[in-house]
Design a protein. Structure first.
Lengths: 231, 350
């Protein structure tokens, strides 16, 4: 019987603490054949099992251009993620997937790309970012806009630094309210720069921005075509 | 309940070519069970008629309008084990579970609820094939009986069905004046079933009882409902609160609904071994859409009710080209606060 609910077993090869209560796993499937054959598209998600506690949904944070493993990043918030957070390197967990929609990255070849993410949403976008960076020659200018509630809440701090230092990415230092007196703990994110210049920042110069709700409107005002915005 | 609903009698022409005598029902049950199958029929339990596995004709209820539960639970159980796991020092043992799919006869279903099978099948084979469902449905023969009675909650004719509908059924029966049935095989599976049990399904004809046909609910226009739901501007319309604020979120409507099919997956057991289960869930529960962050996109009960209505009259028809509501009226009958989905249909027909 083909049991679609049966997860694959995977060993945790590496654990990285990203932020308070936020942790990344590098997972390698126990089945060697699956390591080679497993395919997914950037933006897809999976269900991650802590056996005895259940399974929980979050994205695949690594890029399909990196073979042999997948990565996930999660915040410890409930029963399952609490169980996952107790696992150590070498432990076994479950993965079911990939599921869901993906970003049509190949359609963007030759175009400038602006990535916008806030806080714990970066893992999904990270998969896309590395997908593009690993095939850098196919794409135009790349800008990464990222922010979080506090500096501590920024995830992938090492990678942010690396992206900031790359000459083929428009520099975008992460914004946090902590850098903006009076906004501490507001739970808001402010975008810094995007590829079409500083107009975006200037427009929102003194204002905070709830990223998922208002970014689209702002992009449209800047002249972005709605069909060219992907979420 | 919608007070404007009236009842009527249908004059119809039967296309049946066989009959099942009342005294032969027991033989049919014995015959199915002798082959290792289960015979599911409406039966009295705790003063209510419910679908359950029966062993004799005496258990099968008569004179019922509709079983209180849907027979979906024999294809999609309320809870079932999908995997077993054990945790050792350095590894995890994981074993899939084979679906328990006995040959099943569902007898005495109503034409409305059988029409739900298309939507369930489409959902459980959409993108991925859920064999826990498909294997059971493949081994099930659905025998519907045209309704000779109804109540104020029945509204099949409002959603373009009727006691004569055959969608989803393998065999269609009509009650006869001598308490037997006329029999019509509809699908290959159904015809094969009749042939296998031809000792009880004999050739012939009998005088059929007239069917009961519910009047359509006044002022309901399904096309208008569909059009209005497409425009998401209604999401924040206070009419949702006005119509559904009294909902207490018990979820009974979703459990008895033959088309509702949401489920959750949970683990049960000890720290060393356990099983993974697939359990019915309900969009009417406050935790159904609760995010790990604490944010809940459907924080209030009217928003959950809106989702249920959207699922029935927008998502299902648009996405699966199938009926999200079959007009069986179960949700109306079980609702502890008398919330009537046809009143919402009327509101969105304006």
């Amino acid at each position: 019987m083909d049991n679609i609910y049966l997860p694959y077993l995977a060993k945790i090869e590496e654990i990285r603490d990203e932020a308070p209560d936020v942790r990344s796993f590098k997972l390698v499937f126990e089945d060697p054949a699956l390591r080679d054959s497993f395919e997914f598209k950037t933006g897809q998600f999976g269900l991650y099992s802590a056996f005895g506690l259940g399974e929980s949904t979050f994205c695949i944070a690594s890029s399909p251009t990196r073979k042999g493993y997948i990565q996930c990043t999660f915040r410890r918030t409930g029963r399952v993620t609490g169980g996952l957070a107790q696992l150590s390197v070498g432990d076994t967990m479950g993965f079911r997937g990939p599921y869901g929609n993906w970003f049509p990255v190949d359609d963007w070849k030759g175009k400038d790309i602006v990535f916008i993410a806030g806080g714990i949403c970066l893992p999904t976008v990270r998969s896309v970012i590395w997908n593009v960076l690993d095939r850098r020659q196919h794409f135009g200018n790349i800008t990464i806009v990222y922010g979080a509630r506090t500096v501590a809440d920024l995830v992938y701090k090492d990678e942010l630094k690396g992206w900031d230092e790359r000459s083929d990415i428009t520099p975008s230092r992460p914004w946090t309210p902590a850098r903006d007196p009076g906004m501490e703990g507001q739970g808001r994110v402010r975008a810094d720069r995007i590829g079409r210049g500083r107009a975006f920042c200037e427009e929102h110069g003194g204002r905070d921005l709830h990223i998922s709700k208002f970014v689209l409107n702002s992009l449209l005002k800047l002249g972005f075509d709605e069909g060219s915005v992907y979420t | 309940m919608n007070p404007a609903r009236l009842s009527g009698r249908m004059k119809t022409v039967s296309m049946a070519d066989r009959t099942l005598k009342k005294e032969d029902l027991g033989k049919l049950i014995d015959s199915v069970r002798a082959k290792g199958g289960r015979f599911v029929a409406p039966a009295l339990l705790a003063r209510q008629v419910v679908f359950r596995s029966v062993k004799s004709a005496e258990e099968v209820a008569t004179g019922y309008i509709l079983a209180r539960n849907s027979f979906k639970e024999f294809l999609f159980p309320q809870t079932e084990v999908i995997a077993e796991f054990s945790m050792n020092k350095d590894s995890v043992g994981l074993k899939g579970v084979e679906v328990d799919a006995p040959e099943t006869v569902v007898f005495g279903a109503r034409p409305c609820e059988a029409a739900s099978l298309k939507g369930l099948r489409t959902l459980f084979t959409w993108d991925f094939v859920d064999e826990f469902y498909t294997k059971r449905e493949d081994k099930t023969v659905v025998i519907t009986v045209g309704c000779t009675s109804g109540d104020e909650a029945c509204f099949c004719t409002t959603v373009d069905l009727s006691p004569e509908s055959t969608e989803g059924a393998d065999v269609y029966l009509r009650e006869t004046e001598d308490n037997g049935y006329t029999v019509k095989g509809l699908t290959e599976k159904g015809k094969k079933f009749l042939d296998t049990h031809d000792a009880v399904f004999t050739s012939g004809a009998a005088k059929e009882r007239p069917l009961f046909k519910p009047e359509t609910v006044p002022a309901v226009d399904l096309k208008r409902v569909s059009e209005r739901l497409k425009d998401r501007a209604h999401y924040d319309d206070p009419v949702w609160a006005k119509l559904t604020m009294k909902c207490i979120g018990c979820g009974a409507c979703t459990f008895v609904c033959p088309t509702c099919r949401c489920f959750d997956i949970t683990d049960e057991g000890t720290a060393f071994e356990g099983e993974r289960r697939k359990n019915w869930d309900s969009c009417q529960y406050d935790a159904f859409t609760l995010h790990a962050s604490g944010h809940n996109p459907r924080e209030h009960q009217p928003q959950r009710w809106r989702n249920r209505f959207m699922c029935k009259f927008n998502f299902y028809p648009e996405k699966f080209s199938s009926k999200g509501c079959v007009g069986c009226g179960r949700c109306i009958r079980v609702c502890p606060v008398r919330l009537d989905i046809t009143e919402v249909m009327q509101e969105f027909s304006k």
